[in-house]
Design a protein around this ligand. Structure first.
Ligand code: 5GP
Ligand code: MN
Length: 338
């Protein structure tokens, strides 16, 4: 964040504000961790604050400090709308385009509050008064740590804030192994442990939460995997019938897409998951190296994200989507298998 923006934020936060904090739809650990940490920080600074999630999120994130205060926009619609209308400041965290909040988009567009964006995805749009965007950052949680640091107020980081920030950095870096994990990330994480984040316990609360049905769903996903060595690509499909058979719950497919990348020689992995209720196939894309899944998702599947991790969607059937995908892939042969 540049010094002009820091001064602007300091001036805005020097008066008590009515603040709303918003993560993206289907929030993940980084989205919830950054929002909950900022929520607690702003409350300790004497602001009135409310975290409004566009929709529900997985159970493995519901232990996080402050979780009980979160408003679900879908479930508590009129209360959420009123808070957004009355807000003087709205923080949007871990996304950079208002279309990423689903149904909440129009309500946010009509809001009169000053927007502050903190985000690490590619190609930020220009809706905020203050934009703190850095695509080199491991996570929005690392940026929220920096944000508090820019304000000179890391002394406000207590064990709850540290726990939320640690959780998001851990989940967005694949437990500190992705390329975006810098020495600075580790310094921030060390600081968070010193401030009370229990690293072993947090890891266990997020990852040691399997149910038998989730492991069986993973089994189905892995046996559906299609490997295309000529494109250095592996993809998984899961139909709604398969999800139903294994009692799918939100968050159950988290991480499945990464298995493709553990195959030697595979640099592009995808998972296609049918969502009959929404009438879409949700797609997660991952890569290693220079192949940009952000560009691929943006160009072909109405999505985006980071160079090595992105998401998108298809409105066709699973069969048509896979056919279409295989056609597209032909154009990328030289990029994927040089
Ligand atoms: P995931 O595959 O885990 O849902 O998402 C991977 C990354 O891509 C995350 O950083 C997520 O925020 C982003 N992402 C997921 N779905 C979409 C989408 O539909 N549009 C855009 N722009 N980004 C997405
Ligand atoms: Mn993130």
């Amino acid at each position: 964040m540049n010094s002009v923006d820091i001064t602007t934020v300091k001036s805005i936060l020097s008066q008590p504000q009515k603040i709303v904090i918003v993560p993206h739809r289907n929030p993940d650990g980084d989205a919830m961790g950054s929002c909950l940490a900022l929520y607690k920080f702003l409350k300790s600074k004497g602001h009135s604050a409310q975290l409004i999630a566009p929709n529900d999120y997985p159970k493995f994130l519901k232990w996080m400090p402050g979780n009980e205060t979160v408003i679900n926009f879908e479930r508590e619609n009129s209360k959420a709308k009123e808070l957004i209308e009355q807000a003087t400041v709205i923080f949007t965290l871990d996304f950079n385009h208002l279309s990423r909040v689903g149904q909440m988009e129009t309500v946010l567009q009509e809001a009169t509050a000053d927007f502050i964006m903190i985000d690490h995805h590619q190609q930020p749009s220009d809706y905020a008064k203050v934009t703190y965007s850095d695509v080199g950052m491991s996570s929005t949680c690392e940026m929220v740590y920096n944000f508090i640091d820019f304000l000179g107020e890391t002394n406000f980081i207590d064990a709850d804030i540290a726990t939320n920030l640690y959780t998001g950095i851990m989940t967005d870096t694949g437990s500190f192994k992705y390329r975006s994990t810098s020495s600075k990330t580790h310094r921030v994480v060390a600081e968070l442990i010193d401030k009370g984040a229990d690293n072993m316990e947090i890891h266990s609360k997020v990852f040691d939460t399997n149910s038998p049905s989730r492991l069986h769903l993973l089994g189905a996903a892995l046996s559906n995997m299609v490997i295309l060595p000529e494109y250095s690509t592996a993809y998984i499909t899961l139909t709604q019938d398969e999800l139903d058979k294994y009692e799918f719950k939100k968050g159950d497919t988290e991480g499945f897409v990464n298995y493709g990348l553990t195959l030697e020689g595979i640099i592009f992995a995808l998972i296609f998951i049918e969502n009959r209720e929404e009438g879409i196939i949700k797609i997660s894309l991952r890569s290693v190296g220079d192949f940009s899944v952000n560009e691929f998702a943006r160009e072909h599947f109405n999505g985006g994200g980071h160079n090595n991790a992105a998401g998108g969607r298809s409105e066709m059937s699973m069969e048509e989507t896979i056919f279409h995908f295989n056609e597209i892939l032909k154009k990328y042969k030289s990029k994927l298998n040089p």
